[in-house]
Ligand binder design. Sequence first.
Ligand code: ADP
Ligand code: MG
Length: 461
Amino acid sequence: MDQVFKLGWEEWVGLPQLGLPALKAKVDTGARTSALHAFDIELFGPATKPKVRFLINPIPARPDLAIACSATIHDRRDVTSSNGDTEARYVILSQLEIGPLRQEIEITLTDRANMSYRMLLGRQAIGADWIITPSESFCQPQRSYEVYHTAAVKETAPKRALRIAVLSREQNYTTQKLQAEGEARGHVVEVINTTRCYMALNAITPAVYYDGQELPKYDAVIPRIGPSITAYGAAILRQFETLGVYCLNGSAAITASRDKLHAHQILSRHRIGMPQTAFAASPKDTNNLITLVGNAPLVVKLLESSQGKGVVLAETKKAAQSVIDAFRGLSANFLVQNFVKEAAGEDIRCLVIDGKVVAAMKRVGAADDFRSNLHRGGTAVSVRITREERETAIRSARAFGLGIAGVDMLRGADGPKVLEVNSSPGFEGIEEVTGKNIAAHLYSAIEKHVRPAPIKRRPPR
Ligand code: ADP
Ligand code: MG
């Protein structure tokens, strides 16, 4: 028994899994379980595996320095504190560092103000053979609060659990992948049906509601808004933006990219290569429109086409005139475009995330189709893109301010010609063809941009 483990009445400890390398703890043999003084304690996650998130001021004299912690809930218990009050508390499990020892302990979370110690060490955390000397302090090596002011505390911080909403009406491959990948990374991902969201607009407490309840404050929103509900989806997204939630793609960017005319205007302003394009509102200008883009064959597109559904190739001037007349008769908005013949029914999809091309594929149209859309029977193959194509894709995503974008371009004789910038690109085809994990790239971008809670904030009160 030459190696006795001694404790004073106060000791320095660390809780590395919570990102708390240094805390002053008071030894409290009157309590069974250890306690952490946290605030903004918030429950989240699926009911089957609930998590808890909270803030802690590790340095009592620095209420402006708050660390955001998260953990899986282990239990919920009634705890009676020294002043006799009973309170239901969440219990978490976490690794305790004290001197040379490392052990997993139970910790209850409590939000009592004016506790001068951030942590109380209860009997469960104290070894049966340890010797406690109430007259001494710091029998174990001291730690320093200085660590909270170094870059290391951020680098070694455990990945925080984020609470993320995927705005989508569908349970397709991409939404399922987003949910699975996010949960595998320890986040909580909720798929929210965009059209079932409703909102309260006012000066002080704007909010988004769902199924009769106000939605919580998400750390990030991943919009997957289909073309049929662009306007409403953008409105919901604007509401999240008003609430200060990080939206991977913003409402303005989505709206602009959805409208082919608006999108081409943005690309043109940023001097990004595209097929010669013309647009007019009056039927009197049909012939001028055709000459502007350089005669037949030419492509006529509905402004809100997707999946190649509203894209027509007119082989002759006569055919072009009749297609244009037909669209006008239906009061449809369309644009006229020079046919890039040398693209030979192929286009390139570059997936840009956070300013980088993370995957690219070439789509080849079915034998009798100039459109390469996979929905039109096209097939996809992996492709090596040129530097110019890469730069064009990155500049296009940046021109719209999209965090994630599928940039489609044709290989023209004089360089890449961008056709569209898709704000909700699907993952299935491109993951299959390239073997890349697109969802993982997407979460890396979100984790880089989002901190789960303010690190610096005004002290409460
Ligand atoms: P959508 O939004 O409906 O997919 P696109 O503008 O992407 O409409 O056009 C669909 C497909 O048609 C493209 O992927 C491309 O293969 C072909 N295409 C479109 N515009 C042109 C063009 N100007 N020249 C040659 N092919 C084109
Ligand atoms: Mg397309």
